[in-house]
Structures are given as C-alpha cells and as structure tokens.
Design a protein around this ligand. Structure first.
Ligand code: SF4
Length: 422
C-alpha cells in the first residue's frame, strides 16, 4: 500500500482521540536540531468542533487485537487496515514539519501482537525523529495499556507528553465495553508516569493527559467530574479530555444514540474550567440529588440557581473568589472589578463601560445596593427562565451552525471553553 493511502486511513482512524492539545513543554532548538517546543503550546488551533488541529495526528496502525465495543478499530470490525513502519512515520512527520504543515506529532496506535511490541514500534519511530532527524518539536504519544515499565520509560524519555486513556468512567463499564482492558493496566502506568515525572525532568516534561468517553455508558456528570477531579489531584493530570461518544458500531451494550452528545461534552469542559481555575469542587456543582447538569444552562449558572442564598453579590464589596462565582464574571472581569472599585463605586453603567458582560451576571449582583430590576425578579424560577430564553435566542441567532439545534454547543460556548470566561 502507498504511504499516501496509509496516511489517509490512519489519520482518519485517529480522529476519535481528543486527548491532545497544548504542550506546556519548553525546549529551545539546538545547533543541530529542527523545531522548538514552546511553553505556551505548539500552536493552539482548534477546529470548529473544538478539537486541536495543530499536530499531525495519526495512528501507527488501526489493526488491533482488542475488541473495545465503541471503537471503530476493534478487531471484529471489517474495515480497511493499514500499518506504518517506524521509518515512514518519521519521514512523514519531518516532511510535513519542513513544509510548515504541522508543528508536532500526536502518535497513537491500535495494539499489534502485544502492548510491549506496539510500544517498541512507537519508540523506534520517535527515536528516528529525535536522533536521526534531530526533530526537537513537540511529540505526544499514547501509552498502550498493559505496557511494561521499561517501555514506558523508554517512550517517556523521547516524548513531551504521554496519555493513557481511561475511556470509560467505571470498572463495570470497562468490563462491559472494553473487556480486554484491565483497570490496573490503565491506572498503574498513570501512577508510574506521575512519580517518574517528579524524579526525572527529562521524562514526559509536559506531563500526562487522559480522555473519558461521554455518553457510551450510564455514568452521571457527577461520577465523571469526580473521576476527573481525582485525576487532577492524585495523578497530577495536565488535562482530562471529554469525548462525546460517537455511535459507529452496532452492539447491544451500546446506547442507541443518533448523534454524539456534544452539548453535554461542552458542559463538562466548562465544569472542568470551574474546577481548575475558579476554585470550585465537584461537590459544589453536583451531588447525589443533582447528578447531571441542566444542559440548557452553563454549569456556573446551574450551580448559582441551586445556591440562591449565595446571591445577590454586592459588586463593590465581594472578594475575588466570590466574584468568580457570579455567572458570566470570569477571571478577567473579576480582576477588572477589583482594580476599578479601588477608585470609585461601581454601578451597572460603569460595569458596562468596563466591558463587563452583564447578560448573565445582572441577575446575581447588586451595584451599590441596587438590583437591575425589581427585587421581586430575584427568584430562581424567573432567572432560570430568563437565562434559558437568552440561551435559546442565542442558538436561534447563531449563524455559524448549519443546522440549528438546542443540543449543539454554540460558538459562544466553545469560546468560553477555551477562554474560561464563564
Ligand atoms: S485498544 Fe484502542 S484501538 Fe484497540 S479496540 Fe480498544 S480503543 Fe480501539
């Protein structure tokens, strides 16, 4: 098979893995090398559906001895298979880099023969890039579940970032949909990577990430976010990615979805921002009696409507973290408010002049003791209806969506996911 044909098949097969994004790796070029890996990421480009497009994202092979029920590449599917040699992967990457098509590589693979054999092939490809072509740019590689520590070590010293995907949010779901995978074969390598990163600065210098599939199994948002919070805390994950389940295969154990649950995926990304940058804990947002977000509201507005005692917040007095809890007030706006009120009392007019977006915030704040409307409006049902009405209007006004739907994230949602202005 021609290399171009393999590339078409193996780039297409890789598109369902979203666990790649910015690098966080900082390494300057050397005299003999080609490329830099920069701290702020290799080039944060996102496609219309929010996925990173700046890396050459390919599989080494789409053949696999495992049979995960949700996966297009599972052993039992009758699809066209292809496999790159390590030399071909290195050649394609360096040629694309020289033509300025890409700035780095995201390399994953189905499992051929066994996990260590597959890892050996990945290492060989990346070793050619690093040692023969002196490619110094960003490389993110997937760890194969079940690989030995020796192979993880070898790969970890060659790449900037590694990921091992949890995929399914519970052991029960893993057994049901990925019967060849063992929980420990995923968690043990994660722990090993976390500990080795601390000891050796050259090992996986941009840290590790993971991915969870959303909607293939019945776990709630509460369960999924709790798992993500544990991953950030215990495994020192740089990012947890949420991937809406794409219905590709027929199987009695898979849900009968017509479309991927993209809006739910988007809400989880927004909630993830709240955990990482806004000081929220999962138990603030969800609990046993409220296990899933209202998809028609962003998670901060959903939280606020369940915690009306917290509001209204007086904009001239609230501390920084209280301001961050107001729906629509993000990190930038909270900082602007903190700085401006040192000089004068803030009113709704002055907030507008400062370009603080009041669309959602106005329902949850007072400015110098004044509410934006009659105080009888301060009621969770009325505010919820108004917010959902605004959201619907935004969806109807949206011109970027070919087919308007309440169940698709808008451009605004996607921008908020990237900027964190929630
Ligand atoms: S191991 Fe990976 S490539 Fe193989 S079937 Fe499972 S998800 Fe697909």
């Amino acid at each position: 098979m021609e290399v171009a044909e393999k590339l078409k098949i193996l780039a297409d097969s890789a598109k369902y893995d979203v666990s790649c994004s910015s690098s966080g790796s900082d390494r300057k070029n050397t005299d003999k090398g080609i490329g830099n890996a920069s701290l702020c990421g290799i080039c944060h480009s996102f496609s219309a559906d929010g996925r990173c497009i700046s890396l050459l994202k390919i599989l080494m092979t789409n053949s696999c001895i495992y049979d995960c029920k949700y996966c297009i590449n599972r052993a039992s599917n009758n699809i066209q298979r292809a496999c790159f040699t390590p030399q071909e992967i290195a050649d394609i990457t360096i040629n694309f880099y020289r033509r300025n098509y890409i700035e780095g590589l995201f390399l994953s693979s189905g499992i051929i023969k066994n996990p260590d054999y597959t890892m050996e092939m990945l290492c060989e490809a990346i070793s050619i890039l690093r040692n023969k072509y002196h490619f110094n740019g960003y490389i993110h590689a997937k760890t194969i579940p079940g690989a030995s520590q020796d192979m993880i070590n070898k790969l970890g010293l060659l790449v900037d970032r590694m990921s091992i995907n949890i995929e399914l949010p519970s052991n029960q779901s893993l057994k049901l949909l990925a019967p060849n995978k063992e929980k420990d074969a995923i968690l043990e390598p994660m722990k090993y990577i976390k500990n080795t990163v601390k000891q050796d600065r050259k090992f996986v210098r941009a840290g590790q990430t993971t991915q969870l599939i959303i909607g293939a199994t019945p776990e709630s948002d509460f369960k999924i976010l709790s798992l993500a919070e544990g991953m950030y805390g215990k495994m020192n994950m740089k990012r947890v990615y949420y991937s809406a389940y794409v219905p590709l295969n027929h199987d009695d154990h898979l849900p009968a979805l017509k479309k991927p649950p993209l809006l739910r995926e988007n809400r989880l990304y927004q909630a993830d921002w709240l955990l990482r940058f806004y000081g929220f804990k999962v138990e603030d947002l969800l609990d046993d009696s409220h296990q899933n977000f209202n998809e028609l509201l962003d998670p901060k507005a959903d939280w606020a409507l369940h915690n009306m005692d917290y509001f209204p917040v007086e904009i001239n007095k609230a501390d920084y973290y209280t301001l961050l809890r107001v729906p629509g007030i993000g990190v930038l706006s909270a900082k602007k408010i903190m700085a401006a009120r040192k000089h004068h009392k803030l009113t709704f007019e002055s907030l507008k002049k400062m370009r603080v977006v009041l669309k959602r915030a106005k329902y949850f704040i007072t400015c110098d003791g004044k509410y934006f409307a009659s105080t009888s409006f301060f009621n969770s049902n009325l505010i919820s209806s108004a917010l959902i009405h605004d959201e619907r209007k935004l969806l109807i006004d949206s011109t970027d969506t070919v087919q308007l739907s309440l169940f698709e994230p808008t451009t605004k949602d996607r921008v908020e996911c990237i900027t964190g202005q929630l």
